[in-house]
Design a binder for this molecule. Sequence first.
Ligand SMILES: *[C@@H]1O[C@H](CO)[C@@H](O)[C@H](O)[C@H]1NC(C)=O
Ligand SMILES: *[C@@H]1O[C@H](CO)[C@@H](O)[C@H](O)[C@H]1NC(C)=O
Ligand SMILES: *[C@@H]1O[C@H](CO)[C@@H](O)[C@H](O)[C@H]1NC(C)=O
Ligand SMILES: *[C@@H]1O[C@H](CO)[C@@H](O)[C@H](O)[C@H]1NC(C)=O
Ligand SMILES: *[C@@H]1O[C@H](CO)[C@@H](O)[C@H](O)[C@H]1NC(C)=O
Ligand SMILES: *[C@@H]1O[C@H](CO)[C@@H](O)[C@H](O)[C@H]1NC(C)=O
Ligand SMILES: *[C@@H]1O[C@H](CO)[C@@H](O)[C@H](O)[C@H]1NC(C)=O
Ligand SMILES: *[C@@H]1O[C@H](CO)[C@@H](O)[C@H](O)[C@H]1NC(C)=O
Length: 454
Amino acid sequence: MYQRSILVASLFAASTLAQAPGPLTPEVHPALTSYKCTKTGGCTAVNSSVVLDANYRWLHNKEGYTNCVTTGFDPDFCPDIETCAKTCTLEGVDYAGYGIHASGDALTLNIYKTDPATNVTSLSSPRVYLLADEETYDHFQLLNQEFSFDVDVSKVPCGINGALYFSEMNASGDKNELNTAGAKYGTGYCDAQCPTQNFIKGQANLNQTYGSCCNEMDIWEANRAANAYTPHPCNATQVLACSGTECGNGDDKYKGVCDKDGCDINPYRIGNKGYYGTGANFTVDTTKKFTVVTQFYTTDNTANGTLKEIRRLYVQDGKVIQNAKIQIPGIEGDSITDAYCASEKKVLGGTDAFTQLGGLQQMGEALGRGMVLALSIWDDAGGHMAWLDQDPYPADADSSQPGVGRGPCPTTAGDPAVLIKQFPDAKVVFSNIKSGDIGSTYSNATVVPRWMRH
Ligand SMILES: *[C@@H]1O[C@H](CO)[C@@H](O)[C@H](O)[C@H]1NC(C)=O
Ligand SMILES: *[C@@H]1O[C@H](CO)[C@@H](O)[C@H](O)[C@H]1NC(C)=O
Ligand SMILES: *[C@@H]1O[C@H](CO)[C@@H](O)[C@H](O)[C@H]1NC(C)=O
Ligand SMILES: *[C@@H]1O[C@H](CO)[C@@H](O)[C@H](O)[C@H]1NC(C)=O
Ligand SMILES: *[C@@H]1O[C@H](CO)[C@@H](O)[C@H](O)[C@H]1NC(C)=O
Ligand SMILES: *[C@@H]1O[C@H](CO)[C@@H](O)[C@H](O)[C@H]1NC(C)=O
Ligand SMILES: *[C@@H]1O[C@H](CO)[C@@H](O)[C@H](O)[C@H]1NC(C)=O
Ligand SMILES: *[C@@H]1O[C@H](CO)[C@@H](O)[C@H](O)[C@H]1NC(C)=O
């Protein structure tokens, strides 16, 4: 995910965060139906909902209306961690105002929002998590399981990323005596880029000393031109508040606790330029909705086994589409395995942090403990999303070399200032979110069986 966390940190550092629920705006979670499936019982609808991340919210003093965080924590309200927790309060939000709309089992995330008072469009870039109930994130345990969803990326251009992924966040949002807001207010974020957060494990990060690290499984980072799926293992159990070298920032990139690059499969990058794109002449046509299936196979085909393979399938117009075959000599397989990852790094270059940090076994342990589903849409001021969709990447590399092209977008694409003018209605729609036994969440029949209709 590269630049995402840097973006979020800089965008929202000046806004707010919080730790106690506030009195001014009620928090009303948009309802989003999801499905749990078994091989024998089919799929059952679940009344889940989504919650906006805490970083987007107004954090103010309980006695008044003053921000607790502007460029840094206000020392009057937050001289120390305990006083900060007692003094500051976190507000509910207007979801539609953030460009977030849920209906039935479909969630639409708009990257931009328009202020009705002025008609001025600005970046919203929402990030939400799936809640199992009002106070608890759905904690997905995906070993020997399958996860699927439908996606419409037809309005997601080059340079924008509509993302669906798992982070090993605490199911309660690290609710504790300091953080009484918890998952209901979207607290407890972490990912493999170890982003600086205003609060980590409920404690105010007063001097921005710490980063919030955890295992991350990127199921889907995509627009209509390119996509990737990427495990990012961390040598960490649940949320780790990193400092110094272990955060892996800058020159320490390969010395940290998390694999920042991850081990990716991007069809374009592995030599399948006609596999995924806008038009009926691509194998997966991104002008229309399709289903993305991800399967987590273990060594003994039980949830107690060790993760050995992450497979990808697509379903479009009732047809099952196998994952793109790797076209680069020396790289093994057509799915993510330890052998694929090691050979990808060897052939395409780069430090193999994935293997060093424990590879699929490490990722699988997090999937076994349970992870939280995050859905977001974002642009990339620092890198223009070139790592996802541009050819060549980096811009001065030789496009004819294997692995250099990440997608068909030109190296001039992806400037946020241009995107907001050109694509003010950019949005992604995720729907039909399902998890369960391998083979239970999708069907290859053109006639959709009764249990999958809704
Ligand atoms: C889900 O919500 C619907 C409508 O409110 C309700 O009828 C149904 O019983 C709920 N299902 C569960 C499992 O709570
Ligand atoms: C905003 O746009 C709408 C629709 O174009 C228009 O009716 C309204 O007057 C505009 N409001 C402002 C404040 O410009
Ligand atoms: C979440 O954190 C709480 C408080 O630290 C802890 O008791 C609980 O076990 C954690 N939940 C999970 C699923 O790890
Ligand atoms: C933050 O920095 C200030 C001044 O450098 C120091 O007095 C304080 O102890 C630090 N607080 C924490 C929680 O590290
Ligand atoms: C599909 O057609 C478009 C427009 O003619 C073209 O740009 C693209 O390269 C084609 N893709 C494939 C896989 O042939
Ligand atoms: C996993 O191991 C535990 C303890 O050995 C056992 O009780 C359980 O049935 C096993 N689960 C599966 C899915 O094999
Ligand atoms: C993980 O961290 C522990 C404790 O810091 C260390 O002993 C171990 O070698 C690390 N493992 C890996 C795979 O880096
Ligand atoms: C569809 O599924 C059936 C039953 O699982 C299987 O026999 C058949 O080969 C599949 N067809 C395709 C095109 O995947």
